[in-house]
Design a protein around this ligand. Structure first.
Ligand code: COA
Length: 374
C-alpha cells in the first residue's frame, strides 16, 4: 500500500475503573448469596454450588489487573452485575457514538485535520449501538463531516479490517481521508456472573485517521502492507441478535452474551497469528529482527508473550510488545490501537512496527507500518 499513512490516533478512557479485588469481592458476594439461597437444593444435589473467583487466578491466567468501565456501580452490585446506562432520546447522541467522537476529536487534532478534510467515517466495533442507523453516520453528523459512513463488525479485529478498508478507499481515490473509530462498551456484553470470563473485558474507544502519506501534516506511520484472514470457529461467540425475539424461550440465556472456550482459543490462535505475521513479513521481504515494535491485540498476556516469542525467535523485551492489558483488560477491537497510541511516539523515522489484532471469527489482521519523518 505505498503512499498511504495512519496519521493520528485518539483514545477515550472512561473515568471509572474496577480493580480485580473489587470485581472478585462482588462476584464472591453473588456466589455466597446464590449458595445460601439454594443451600437445600445444593445439599440434595439438584442445584450446583457456585465456586468463588480469585484475584490471583485472574492475574496469573490473563495478566489483567483492572479495567475501565462506563458504570462501576451497576457492575459491582451483586444484584444487577451489569452496567446501568440510561437510554437516551433519539435527539441525543448515543453513548457509543459519544465515546467514538471523543476519541475521534483527539485523532483529528493529532493528525492536524478538521472535518472538512475527511470524506468518510468507518466505525469498526464488536457491538453496535442499535441495528440502524449506523453509528458511523451519527459520528459523521456529530463531527460535521460531509461524505459517508458505515459500521463494520469483525469482532476484535474490527480496527485492522477497517484500517485496510479505509486504506483501500483512499488508495482508489474514493476518499481523501477516512476516520476510523472503535467504540467498545464490552461491559454491556460481558456476563459478570460467569466465573470463567467475568474479569476479561473493559470499556474504551479509539480512533485513527488514514490518508495519503504525501498529505500528512504531523508525520505518522506509512502503511507498508496489510493482510487479513478469517477462519470459522465457534470458540468465541455471542448469539445476541434481532431474531432472538422469534425464539422467546432462549431470551436471556448465557449464549446471548459473550461466551468462549478460552483454552481452545489460546491453542488455536497463537499458531494462527504467529504464522500469519511471519508469512506477512516474508511476503514483504522484512525480517522479524527489523521490527522495532509489535502492537498486539490485548486479550491474554501469556498469549501475547508466546506470539511475540514465535515471531521474534526470542523473548521480547517489555517495550518491544507493549502490554496495556494490565490497565485496560481486553477492550476488543480497540486493544492493539491503544497499545499503538500509547507506545509509538518514541520511535524514529524509518522504524518498522507491526500492528496485529485477532479474535472471534476467528479473525486476524496484520498491518506493517513504517514511521514517517515529521
Ligand atoms: N477464579 C478462580 N479459578 C478459576 C476462575 C476464576 N475466576 N475461572 C476458572 N478458574 C479455574 C477453573 O475452574 C480451572 O480449575 P481446574 O483446573 O480445577 O478445573 C482452572 O481455573 C483453569 O481454568 P481455565 O479456564 O482452563 O483457565 P485458563 O488458564 O485457560 O485461563 C482464560 C482462562 C480465559 C484467561 C484464557 O484461557 C484465555 O485468555 N484464553 C484466550 C482467550 C482469548 O484470547 N479470547 C479472545 C477474546 S476476544
Amino acid at each position: 500500500m505505498p503512499g498511504l499513512a495512519l496519521t493520528g490516533t485518539g483514545l477515550y478512557t472512561p473515568e471509572q475503573s474496577i480493580s480485580n479485588d473489587e470485581l472478585v469481592a462482588s462476584f464472591n458476594e453473588y456466589v455466597r448469596r446464590h449458595n445460601e439461597a439454594n443451600h437445600a437444593a445444593i445439599a440434595e444435589g439438584t442445584v450446583a454450588a457456585l465456586a468463588p473467583s480469585s484475584t490471583e487466578f485472574i492475574v496469573k491466567a490473563s495478566g489483567i489487573k483492572q479495567r475501565y468501565v462506563m458504570d462501576k456501580a451497576g457492575v459491582l452490585d451483586p444484584e444487577t452485575m451489569c452496567p446501568r446506562i440510561p437510554e437516551r432520546s433519539n435527539d441525543q447522541v448515543s453513548v457509543l457514538a459519544e465515546i467514538a467522537v471523543a476519541a475521534a476529536r483527539q485523532a483529528m487534532a493529532h493528525a492536524g485535520r478538521d472535518a472538512s478534510d475527511i470524506d468518510g467515517v468507518l466505525v469498526g466495533a464488536s457491538n453496535m449501538q442499535r441495528a440502524y442507523p449506523a453509528m458511523a453516520v451519527e459520528v459523521q453528523d456529530a463531527l460535521g463531516i460531509d461524505g459517508f459512513g458505515f459500521d463494520m463488525n469483525v469482532a476484535c479485529s474490527s480496527a485492522t479490517f477497517a484500517l485496510q478498508a479505509a486504506a483501500d478507499m483512499v488508495a482508489s481515490g474514493h476518499a481523501r481521508a477516512i476516520l476510523v473509530c472503535n467504540p467498545e462498551i464490552c461491559s454491556g456484553h460481558l456476563n459478570f456472573r460467569d466465573r470463567d470470563s467475568h474479569f476479561i473485558f473493559g470499556d474504551v474507544a479509539t480512533a485513527f485517521i488514514v490518508e495519503q502519506a504525501s498529505t500528512a501534516r504531523n508525520g505518522g506511520w506509512e502503511i507498508v502492507s496489510t493482510k487479513l484472514k478469517t477462519k470459522f470457529s465457534n470458540n468465541i461467540r455471542n448469539n445476541f441478535g434481532f431474531l432472538n425475539r422469534t425464539a422467546p424461550q432462549s431470551i436471556g440465556k448465557a449464549d446471548k452474551l459473550f461466551v468462549q472456550e478460552g483454552r481452545k482459543v489460546f491453542k488455536d490462535v497463537v499458531p494462527m497469528v504467529s504464522e500469519m505475521i511471519l508469512a506477512h513479513l516474508a511476503e514483504n521481504g522484512i525480517e522479524a529482527a527489523h521490527l522495532k515494535r509489535i502492537w498486539l491485540h490485548q486479550a491474554n498476556q501469556g498469549m501475547n508473550d508466546m506470539i511475540a516469542r514465535r515471531v521474534l525467535g526470542r523473548d521480547p523485551a517489555p517495550e518491544e510488545a507493549p502490554n496495556i492489558l494490565n490497565e485496560y483488560a481486553n477492550t476488543s477491537s480497540a486493544g492493539s490501537v491503544i497499545a499503538f497510541h500509547k507506545y509509538n511516539d518514541d520511535l524514529g523515522a524509518g522504524d518498522l512496527g507491526l500492528l496485529c489484532s485477532f479474535g472471534a471469527g476467528y479473525s486476524v489482521g496484520s498491518v506493517i507500518l513504517r514511521k514517517l519523518a515529521r
